[in-house]
Design a protein around this ligand. Structure first.
Ligand SMILES: NC(=O)c1ccc[n+]([C@@H]2O[C@H](COP(=O)([O-])OP(=O)(O)OC[C@H]3O[C@@H](n4cnc5c(N)ncnc54)[C@H](O)[C@@H]3O)[C@@H](O)[C@H]2O)c1
Length: 448
């Protein structure tokens, strides 16, 4: 039966145009939630100390200056120059120390930010929680699977708030994507993929050693803590993410953001069932202990496959794509795009390429005579953008400060952070063991 409202010409125009290049587009500029400008009861400000004020710790302090509900009241870093950099980023004079425990003993301090190398997260989070502090812990939450579960148990037993620092979970674009995903408008989502690729030394973790970095200006023993003993090495201190004793390479550095973003949008809050990685050292022939190209395929509960690719050879536009039966959802930079799929029945075309024109016409006319072709469900592509200069880290910190007052859940709590970190560990496990990594929920271990 033919649809009276749609001619064949309409159909062809819709298929080729409306859903692809010439599609109508509805563009929306998202409104920032103004979390950063909100107030707490009685104008209260959350008093926090920053532990670790290197690259990320300084960035966090700069973002925190935009958030009215928190104030930095102390800086702890075991490297003297980073204490000074932290003070500059904080923008005001606060006490500084090499020993973060001094702030844990201070009952006037509500919370700490932990932005140290990954192997130290566990120690500092456990100490902070034992001292009754709420914690903003940088990603990846854990350096090992066991450490992650230890932190979860301590945070929950102590009824503390812990927010993990993959800030894109608070990003308004990701929250919009999560809303669209949850509405079911994408239809059945069967595959997701993400890339994050870098082409310079910054992306590859080849950071310069600052002048004056010596055993006198750093507490190296405290940096190692329970990592294997090693003589003082300024390169290991600055480029710790390249060594297995302290970091997790691409998985802990970049995958974790893609995993957290994926989990935030899809609502999946669980470790993957399986992970398979491949990759290698293509460009950087230094003494790094991780690959500079890493691809991992994850199987998530519910049948969703997620493919991640990161490399340090050629930069990419860093997309996160969810492929749905009804529409694709793509986040790239500050833009979220919903591209409708044309799911209506249509005559097979490719197989007709070898037919005569007369036969093609006959087949196509017969097909249209026999089928009902309803208008597509979604004809309009949707584009959402964040305003210029939007800082999702400020929103993430504001979410943390608010939760400290309300005791409500943060958007990226210890369970979420642990699940994202487990996926990072599974990627590395698979890569180093050349095996499919399987999550064993009963023993909370990776097998393979
Ligand atoms: N969310 C993000 O976008 C993002 C970006 C970069 C880094 N990170 C994470 O932030 C953390 C820090 O990374 P970074 O690049 O800033 O590293 P970094 O080496 O530049 O800074 C870490 C700082 O921690 C200090 N430190 C180590 N142990 C300490 C201790 N016991 N007490 C006090 N200070 C201590 C070091 O002296 C150093 O100054 C890591 O977990 C990393 O994965 C997150």
């Amino acid at each position: 039966m033919k649809t009276p409202s749609m001619t064949r010409r309409d159909f062809v125009r819709m298929s080729a145009g409306a859903v692809a290049a010439g599609a109508a587009v509805k563009a929306t500029l998202l409104e920032p939630p103004m979390l950063a400008a909100e107030t707490l009861t009685g104008g209260r400000k959350i008093r926090f100390a920053s532990i670790g004020t290197g690259i990320r710790g300084c960035d966090l302090l700069r973002s925190a200056r935009q958030v009215s509900t928190g104030e930095c009241v102390g800086i702890a870093d075991l490297y003297d120059m980073h204490q000074k950099a932290g003070l500059e980023a904080c923008g005001r004079e606060v006490p500084t120390t090499r020993d973060y425990r001094r702030f844990l003993d201070d009952k006037t301090i509500d919370a700490v930010i932990v932005a140290t190398a990954d192997h130290l997260h566990r120690h500092i989070v456990l100490d902070a929680v034992a001292a009754g502090k709420d914690v903003y812990c940088e990603k990846p939450m854990s350096h090992t699977v066991e450490a992650g579960f230890e932190m979860v148990a301590a945070v929950q037993a102590g009824k503390r708030i812990l927010e993990v620092g993959s800030n894109r979970v608070s990003n308004i674009l990701y929250r919009k994507a999560a809303e669209i995903y949850a509405s079911g408008r994408l239809g059945e989502v069967y595959y997701a993929e993400a890339h994050m690729d870098r082409d310079g030394p910054s992306g590859a973790g080849v950071y310069p050693v600052p002048p004056g970095l010596t055993p006198e200006t750093v507490n190296w023993k405290e940096f190692l803590r329970d990592a294997p003993p090693h003589e003082f090495d300024p390169v290991r201190f600055v480029r710790w993410r390249l060594y297995r004793d302290y970091g997790e390479g691409l998985a802990g550095d970049l995958f974790v953001h893609l995993l957290s973003g994926f989990m935030g949008v899809s609502g999946i809050n669980a470790p993957p069932l399986r992970a398979y990685s491949t990759g290698g050292n293509v460009r950087y022939k230094d003494d790094r202990e991780f690959p500079d190209v890493l691809s991992t395929l994850y199987d998530y509960p519910g049948g969703l496959t997620y493919g991640i690719h990161c490399n340090m050879v050629t930069a990419s536009q860093e997309p996160l794509i969810f492929s749905g039966e009804e529409a694709n959802l793509t986040i790239m930079g500050n833009t979220l795009t919903i591209t409708p799929a044309d799911t209506r029945p249509q005559p097979e075309r490719y197989g007709l390429n070898g037919w005569t024109e007369a036969l093609r016409r006959q087949y196509t006319e017969a097909w249209f005579a026999a089928h009902t072709v309803a208008p597509p469900k979604i004809t309009e592509a949707e584009v959402y953008e964040t305003p210029r200069g939007y800082d999702d880290t400020a929103d993430h910190l504001a979410n943390f400060f608010r939760a400290i007052e309300t005791r409500e859940h943060v958007v990226e709590d210890e369970v979420f952070g642990n699940h994202a970190a487990i996926a990072c560990h599974m990627a590395n496990y698979s890569y180093f063991n050349r095996a499919i990594a399987t999550w064993d929920a009963a023993t909370k271990t990776i097998k393979g």
